[in-house]
Ligand binder design. Structure first.
Ligand SMILES: Nc1ncnc2c1ncn2[C@@H]1O[C@H](COP(=O)(O)OP(=O)(O)OP(=O)(O)O)[C@@H](O)[C@H]1O
Length: 568
């Protein structure tokens, strides 16, 4: 059977020549390198839709919006990043350092490092089209910054990747920490040994798309002995039955799965699938890692970084003129602030930088500057304020629908329970500033008032309900102080879980009861009709207000007589 397959003639989809099946893989590799410009541009490397708001102008190939591309990209081929560049070119560059890589990526002359600052007009052109974050996506592990814990020199993952032994992986980490980038690097390197890399986004792909990928992977394996790596971005968006579709194929090795998710995979990925994948936890990028990424970006753009001493602020009389004549510089402090504020999200940081630069170029206002090695000249200066504007509030890591939402509300609840008013205020602000619904927080406060403060301060419940109504009446941002007041009140309040525990004991008692529940004692029953009276309803009931002394009367069912739910 296999001999027959190898002898079977297969048409090369690049040059359309027919060759024996056994030779098609090696032929494809050479064919791709020779005639790459003619290959289908559908990228098989993972690529993100830009989050940046500025609409990119100009045509894009690899970076075209997701919706413009078919959901399933079944190409064998990978279009190089630049014209005439082979798919793995970046990966094959020997000893490619960061600056060298940057210079190659922004091929139109962005001299990295210490060259003269670039003039505004050419910089503006450079920033058109594909977003900076996408253009600077690393192609090799050497360019990948941070994530030392999982990708450091001696780690298992790195040795697996370097030996092209790619296991099924779930990459779990916050937005912009490099999950898609890592998959992109794997895509580049896996092509060296002829492995196919197919990308699907769970936000747009249907179950049929997955089936198509699987059946093509089966054919590839059967006919050409070619492996397929399937990258599924945002895998948590596939429901459990969609995830079941590829489970058996991951198990039998038809596809190697790489899933990326921002959500805890223990909740979002099928247990069976999860047990067949190695979970790689990527962390949000450190401030230092972000500084390195931003520094690489400014170098690649040819923007000069000015330290404290380099700036000359004697004349604040900026003039508005054609920016094309002037060098563009950025304060070192602005870069550090950006690295700090983007909260480990490289895409946010790079987008913020791009927006700040584009905004300053559009204004075209120049300032007298002391450019190192370039003497004193008028130029466009990007300051800390400009990058802050570029970022606005979007840098705050908060996903209202995701795990962070539950993490933060839990941290708030526990801080109030621990009577830490500072931490309580902090977690409240983290949620509100991140765009949380104030009523969601207010509802939690109502619960806290009874669950944790209870009868130690019964007014707490009134406070919480009032806070809820206050938020309802006036909304954000005015209602933030209402919530803040309530949160501090609760953090300072005495705590009692007496009622909460007693009620839990009652529920436990009901859950543990076997057989039919005991009937309501007759004397406690209401008797609105004669028949009920005749049946003994209400008989012997002692109406308490009629008695001067405490009344001896049972209120619990007979079999629970004397039970004290308030005791342990
Ligand atoms: N570790 C890294 N080293 C260098 N650049 C990085 C790194 N991580 C991210 N970047 C940059 O940030 C951009 C966005 O990263 P990426 O798409 O990999 O994030 P992600 O973790 O997949 O985010 P999301 O969950 O939002 O999809 C990349 O295009 C790249 O320019």
């Amino acid at each position: 059977m296999e001999v027959a397959e190898e002898e079977q003639l297969v048409r090369c989809p690049v040059c359309l020549r027919e060759l024996p099946g056994a030779h098609i893989n090696s032929h494809l590799d050479s064919c791709l390198q020779a005639g790459e410009g003619e290959v289908d541009p559908g990228s098989s490397t993972p690529c993100k839709r830009p989050r940046i708001t500025a609409a990119p102008s100009g045509s894009q190939v690899e970076g075209q919006p997701d919706e413009a591309r078919p959901a399933t990209v079944l190409s064998f081929f990978h279009k190089g990043r630049g014209a005439g560049q082979s798919p793995g070119a970046a990966g094959r560059r020997s000893g490619a350092g960061r600056e060298e890589a940057a210079a190659v990526k922004l091929e139109d002359g962005g001299s990295a490092g210490s060259g003269p600052a670039l003039c505004g007009a050419s910089l503006a052109q450079k920033l058109e089209g594909k977003p900076l974050a996408e253009r600077l996506r690393p192609d090799t592990l050497g360019e990948y910054v941070g994530q030392e814990r999982v990708l450091g020199a001696q780690t298992l993952l790195r040795s697996l990747l370097e030996s092209h032994e790619i296991p099924s992986l779930i990459l779990w980490g916050p937005p912009g920490c490099g999950k898609t980038t890592l998959a992109h690097i794997i895509a580049n390197s896996s092509k060296k040994n002829g492995t196919r890399f197919v990308t699907l986004s769970a936000t747009s792909a249907k179950t049929n798309d997955v089936r198509d990928v699987i059946s093509q992977a089966q054919n590839e394996k059967r006919l050409f002995k070619r492996k397929t790596i399937l990258f599924i971005d945002e895998i948590h968006r596939f429901n459990k039955s969609q995830q079941d579709t590829f489970l058996p194929h991951v198990e039998c090795g038809t596809v190697t799965l790489i899933g990326a998710t921002t959500e805890n995979p223990s909740f979002q990925v099928n247990a069976a699938l999860l047990s067949r994948c190695r979970v790689i936890v990527l962390e949000k990028l450190s401030v230092e890692a972000m500084e390195a990424i931003l520094m690489r970006a400014v170098r690649s753009l040819g923007v000069q970084v000015l330290g404290q001493g380099d700036q000359h602020s004697s004349s604040a009389t900026g003039s508005s003129s054609e920016s094309s004549e002037f060098p563009v510089c950025i304060e070192e402090k602005a870069l550090k602030t950006l690295a700090y504020l983007c909260d480990g999200d490289a895409r946010t940081g790079l987008n913020g930088l791009q927006l700040a630069v584009q905004a300053r170029l559009a204004v075209g206002k120049t300032t007298p500057l002391n450019i190192p090695k370039g003497g004193s000249a008028d130029g466009i200066l990007i300051t800390e304020e400009h990058v802050k504007e570029g970022l606005q509030r979007s840098h705050i890591l908060y996903d209202r629908a995701g795990e962070e939402h539950y993490n933060c509300i839990s941290a708030l609840h526990k801080s109030m329970r621990g009577s830490d008013e500072n931490a309580s205020l902090y977690w409240l602000a983290r949620m509100l500033e991140g765009g949380e619904d104030p009523l969601y927080v207010a509802r939690r406060l109502v619960r806290f008032a009874s669950e944790d403060i209870g009868l130690a301060d019964p007014l707490a419940l009134t406070q919480a309900v009032a806070a809820y109504q206050g938020c309802h009446f006036i909304g954000m941002p005015e209602c933030e102080v209402i919530l803040a007041q309530c949160v501090v009140y609760f953090a300072r309040a005495p705590k009692s879980i007496e009622v909460y525990k007693a009620y839990s004991n009652v529920k436990e008692c009901l859950r543990m009861h076997t057989g039919p529940l005991p009937p309501v004692p007759l004397h406690l029953r209401n008797a609105p009709t004669t028949l009920m009276k005749n049946l003994g309803y209400g008989k012997g009931y002692k109406y308490n207000p009629m008695y001067k002394e405490p009344v001896e009367q049972d209120y619990l069912p007979e079999e629970l007589k004397g039970t004290d739910f308030f005791k342990e």
